[in-house]
Design a protein around this ligand. Sequence first.
Ligand code: DGP
Ligand code: NA
Ligand code: NA
Length: 205
Amino acid sequence: MRGAFIVFEGGDRCGKTTQCKRIVEYLKSTGIACEYMNFPDRSLTTGKIINDYLLKKTELPDRAVHLLFSANRWELEPKIRSLINRGTSLIVDRYSYSGVAFTSAKEGMDLEWCKLAEIGLPRPDLVCLFKSRVDVVSQRNGWGEERYEKTDFQKKVCENFQLLKDPSYWQEIDAVGSIEEVTENLKPLILETLEKAKSRKLENL
Ligand code: DGP
Ligand code: NA
Ligand code: NA
């Protein structure tokens, strides 16, 4: 039986990385095979260039950087498929939807063009979209260190996530409660998705 492919999405510093890791710990503690994965994976070949770009050490044209982020996901596509097919569930911190929402928040970038390089990647069984308020997250420590951490840009990103949202496999998560509360609310949703994935074929974007 295959594992489930679950993605957490949202604006920067909305708390989804913390929740991803807490869910992985919880699932492991109950004996469920699962792994944490995150995009961009800065340790990969493309990830090193992406890291320099995010830290504003290098400049690159918008389309070139968009395709690098996409290539970063394609670097791990064989691993994603093999883990899921061997029965390991994946809890993934950002995916193609960040790719589209962030790049298309830039001036002159078309949403449909942004989707093209994502076609053929495995489609998640569940996308948890973390709602957050930009005026709250922008107060968090270190805000502004990376390229996209600007209030107006993040508002645009959040609007783009709303355009991408597909109610058939997306759930909005209210990320305003305590860390413990958010995890408790997530657990039943995650467990239900793991169960359903067993009898469903993995689809593609
Ligand atoms: P993170 O390590 O999750 O904080 O992500 C780094 C930053 O990169 C964050 O601002 C979100 C952004 N990002 C993530 N994936 C993509 C992508 O595919 N394309 C673009 N343009 N930005 C992305
Ligand atoms: Na970030
Ligand atoms: Na993160």
